[in-house]
Design a protein around this ligand. Sequence first.
Ligand code: UFG
Length: 323
Amino acid sequence: MRILVTGGAGYIGSVVAAQLIAAGHEVTVLDDLSTGHTDAVPAGAGFVKGTLRDCAAEVLSDGADAVLHFAAKSLVGESVAEPARYWANNLGGSLALFEAMRELRVPAIVFSSTAAVYGEPERAPVAETDPTRPTSPYGASKLAVDVALTEFARLYGFGAVILRYFNVAGAQQAADGTWLGERHNPETHLIPNVLAAAATGRRVQVFGDDYPTPDGTCIRDYIHVTDLADAHLRALGACQPGRHRIYNLGNGAGFSVWEVIEVCREVTGIDIGVDVAARRAGDPAVLVASSARIQADLDWRARRDLRAMAANAWRFTQLRGSR
Ligand code: UFG
């Protein structure tokens, strides 16, 4: 298939693009490089630098069978500081893309959504049928795209799959040997921050140890980026005209911040120093996915554990450090 990957110069988009190419698809990446990196675009993919608003229609007019849509701003804290930017970019950009798909009759889309649509869930694990009450403009903008896409599927016959990711981690080696991994600036995610502390001898901050959890730190559901990419390929194969589906993507098991740091210590062999700091605003105590629906429908399950995520991310961190 000819596939447009928006945001394919970013962390998750680049890993999925690499897997699509390995599976024999023809891939074009559209990315404005606001947070992505040109050298993350996998070998064998076409690349267009630009925004969804300016370039989606033009790129799609060259011919496409499906879109995998990752391009978005994705920092919760930044979204609270600059909500209009998140609405314009995440919702506005997506609507421009959907409109171009409608005009050019591109029939299928897989959309990268987030656990942030659930806000502070009342229970764990969270199912797709649980209430969506986002607590940040980031989560709200992604939920708005979920709703818009559901309507486009109903009105215009798109086959759409919406994937709500929990905590994505790890790195993947592409076919040409390049490692694709997480390198945000600033980096806010736990595992890369812990590993950066290991690499530099700095200390890592734990945001709050007084949550109502067994060890007092937040519990999250970590999923390996390679497992996540595998789910995208299955979702692509499952797109059916006029039908939209929503799936959570996680491991179904929760790990506390302390447990993550301990696994990173074991994997690196480094006694990473820790400081306990104040809670970070908006962090739910526990966020764990039920992935029962995607297991049942698409026969997908997470195969890689937290140790594999930490080990692959550590490899990526070391390679970046040696540049
Ligand atoms: N944390 C630390 N120190 C750090 C970084 C994170 O203690 O340096 C803690 C956080 O407070 C949180 C846990 O580690 O308790 C995980 O934090 P991440 O930033 O790695 O991930 P989040 O759970 O905040 O983010 C995830 C997704 C977002 C989504 C959000 C919804 O990555 O896309 O869940 O809550 F918006």
